[in-house]
Ligand binder design. Structure first.
Ligand code: AMP
Ligand code: GLY
Length: 434
């Protein structure tokens, strides 16, 4: 199979790394990719916004599978566009990623909350408001318990969720989102919901909208500072398996959340071929949904795919030909930890173009994978930083503390001016790591 992956981060490097291992993989392209990806695939300089160029490339190179990494092109309808191309240009491949209507599960918080309500899927109590019922929103906040969570309805680059500890703060946030249009059209509607207390965990499924397979789970660490303090980031690290995710809890998640969600997708006639990411919170043994994402997570992919032993291209083919329910899913029995090295200053302002040293030494360590996120080649061919999250290092070992230690050990070989990473990934499970 000829494969094209869209994206350029650690998630896409991990997808390329996994797909490259498949004996079904003939040619592997990634657009636009990064220097790490370039060592295992052909990078194509094409942005994921350029649907026309992507379609032309798929036709010309006889791409069998188009794997969409990030949510934005999915929410903007790349899957529908490519389906249309099948009729018009004779393209014969398929897309891993839901249609625009189905991607609303991530693209609109209000859509996903209503969906969960219709199918009795456990989630936080909520209400939704626009500028037209602003006074009602103020009254709703005033009588609500604290903390209270405000969410911009649409995509807001991970910044659209605000947890407010006072009513005053929540009212100010409401004003910014609804009246000042802080996130443009994305905040012309807001979801206001109760705060859920517990440990977050994410579950990943591959589905064709009828059948599904759970392909892994992970816990990510979103805050910049150790002990889960400071600003939110795209993700500073991940572990899998998560100690409390035993068979009984997983079965509860499956029965109360995953299955009803897929049944809901089927009932509503949504066309969904792709990954479905369940952002969950374990509230004293009761799993509840915080959000759906219509793609894999980053850095979750960097632990989930190394742990998945099943061939990913075979699973994609099974998804496409209706045999997904019969697939065998096998997981490694080892533990995995990813630590993300970021640019100094991230998630606020940071410099780019800084030379990175030691990648090869780190990548040469047994049971370590170095996934590139924000990297690029400079004019002299050196690898330099090109984003906030620069590298994601995954360690594999017989238990979590050892996996974390291995990733940390590999990171000690890597250096660039301003490098920062958390040394406490997995801390709540293994306090001894701190
Ligand atoms: P989201 O953009 O929906 O992923 O939300 C970002 C983060 O905000 C989540 O990963 C949670 O850490 C937090 N969050 C969102 N909704 C809630 C909630 N109802 N209760 C507690 N934390 C929440
Ligand atoms: N790490 C969280 C996400 O990918 O949304």
């Amino acid at each position: 199979m000829n494969v094209l992956i869209l994206g350029s981060g650690g998630r896409e490097h991990a997808l390329a790394w996994k797909i490259n291992q498949s004996h079904h993989c003939t040619q592997l392209f990634v657009a636009p990719g990064n220097p790490g990806i370039a060592s295992i695939a052909t990078c194509v300089s094409m942005g994921y916004h350029d649907f026309e160029a992507i379609k032309n490339f798929c036709v010309k190179m006889s791409i069998d599978v188009l794997v969409v990494g990030p949510e934005e092109p999915l929410v903007n309808g790349i899957t529908d566009f490519m389906e249309d191309a099948k009729a018009k240009s004779g393209w014969k491949g398929f897309v891993v990623g839901p249609t625009k209507a189905a991607a609303q599960l991530e693209g609109s918080k209000a859509f996903s909350k209503r969906f969960m309500q219709r199918y009795g899927i456990p989630t936080a109590h909520y209400a939704e408001f626009t500028a037209d019922n602003y006074a009602e929103a103020q009254a709703y906040i005033a009588q609500h318990t604290l903390p209270i969570v405000l969410k911009a309805d649409g995509l807001a680059a991970g910044k659209g969720v605000v947890i407010c500890s006072t009513h005053k703060e929540a009212l100010e946030c409401l004003n910014k989102m609804l009246l000042e249009q802080q996130f443009g059209a994305a905040s012309s509607k807001v979801v206001i919901e109760e705060f859920l207390d517990g440990i977050e965990v994410s579950v990943f499924a591959l589905t064709n909208g009828i059948d599904y397979q759970i392909i892994g789970h992970a816990k990510d660490y979103k805050r910049i500072g150790e002990g889960d303090t400071g600003l939110n980031t795209g993700g500073m690290g991940c572990v899998s398996p998560v100690p409390f995710m035993d068979d009984a809890f997983m079965e509860k998640i499956n029965l109360e959340i995953v299955r009803p969600t897929i049944n809901g997708i089927k009932t509503e006639g949504l066309v969904y071929n792709g990954f479905l990411f369940f952002g969950l919170i374990n509230c004293n043994g009761l799993p509840k949904v915080i959000e759906y994402n219509c793609r894999m997570g980053d850095p979750e992919t960097e632990v989930v795919l190394p742990m998945l032993e099943t061939d990913l291209l075979s699973l994609f083919a099974a998804m496409d030909n209706g045999t997904l329910a019969d697939a065998n899913i096998n997981f490694s029995s080892e533990s995995f930890a990813t630590i993300v090295a970021v640019s100094g200053g991230y998630p606020e302002e940071y410099k780019k173009g800084i030379t990175i040293n030691g990648i090869e030494q780190a990548a040469g360590i047994d049971n370590v994978e170095v996934f590139h996120a924000g990297t690029k080649y400079d004019d002299s061919g050196k690898i330099v930083t090109n984003g906030g999250r620069v590298l994601a290092i995954t360690g594999k070992a017989t238990n979590l503390p050892k996996a974390v230690a291995l990733a940390q050990n590999a990171l000690s070989d890597i250096s660039f001016e301003g490098i920062y990473y958390r040394k406490d990934i997995g801390f709540e499970f293994y306090p001894v790591l701190r």
